[in-house]
Design a protein around this ligand. Structure first.
Ligand SMILES: [Zn+2]
Length: 270
């Protein structure tokens, strides 16, 4: 039998040896050189590779600009009947019937169309523009019937390049300027659309100009899309008959012009 001091020493030595082996295992067991290596090296190339690949692939997909919708604006309405003939013809009623016919003709061309008013109410200029500006890929057409001009003819307007003089009145209201100049970037496209519509009108309605007009039409200023005004002459006819007879030709001509404009719009041309 070993003496007590020797036994104590042996126990101490065995305990130390066991402790050392545990320590050795604990430092080796995480397999430090093998596991952290994939964590630091393997994911890194995976994170770098896709960003390098994406910018290279992006230019091969051209951004497609689609003419998705036509916003039709029967002007006036509600207490504002617009131009009124001596026999009681109300501009607001005639333009609403034109807008309804136009929607059908546009849909026949495979285009979607919405109206700024469905009935005899009177949304504000800004509410009408707001509806238009909320659409992606839209064009805007406001419809009027004049009180003068050669009956049976049609005039198409877009905004002029130069700011109309009355714009100066808006200058102090700096917060309103961007909204008021919404049409600014679309002047050329609007002019192109006006040309196409006016040509169709000249072919259908004798005496109509074959080139469009420019005028500071209030409604067009706040529309951030290609936008034109169409004005039919006039409420100064004995009855609505001749104006109603113009409806189908007007609708078909405008729809064909819009269909032609669609190609220009979607190719990004002017
Ligand atoms: Zn009007």
């Amino acid at each position: 039998m070993p003496s007590k001091p020797i036994l104590f020493f042996l126990i101490l030595a065995i305990t130390a040896a066991l402790a050392f082996s545990e320590l050795a295992q604990s430092t080796q067991s995480p397999a430090a050189p093998s596991q952290p290596a994939p964590q630091t090296s393997a994911p890194a190339p995976q994170q770098i590779v896709p960003p390098q690949g994406e910018p290279a692939a992006a230019p091969t997909i051209p951004p497609k600009k689609t003419l998705a919708i036509v916003i039709l604006d029967p002007a006036h309405g509600g207490t504002d009947s617009g131009a009124r003939g001596s026999t009681g013809i109300a501009e607001s009623e005639v333009v609403l019937s034109y807008a309804r016919l136009l929607r059908i003709s546009l849909e026949a061309q495979g285009l979607r169309a919405i109206l700024t008013r469905q009935t005899n109410d009177d949304p504000s200029f800004d509410d009408r523009s707001k509806l238009a500006n909320a659409q992606r890929g839209g064009i805007f057409i406001t419809l009027h019937v004049s009180s003068t001009g050669q009956p049976g003819t049609v005039r198409v307007y877009s905004l002029p390049h130069t700011a109309p003089p009355q714009d100066a009145a808006f200058a102090p209201h700096t917060a309103l300027l961007p909204w008021d100049r919404a049409q600014f970037d679309f002047i050329d496209q609007s002019r192109r659309l006006a040309e196409l519509v006016q040509i169709q009108m000249a072919q259908r309605f004798r005496g109509s100009s074959d080139t469009p007009f420019e005028a500071p039409v209030r409604q067009l200023r706040t529309v951030g899309a290609p936008a034109v005004a169409i004005e039919v002459s006039s409420v100064s006819v004995p009855d609505r008959g001749p104006l109603d007879q113009m409806g189908p030709g007007l609708a078909d001509g405008v729809a064909r012009a819009v269909a032609a404009f669609r190609t220009i719009y979607e190719s990004g041309g002017k």
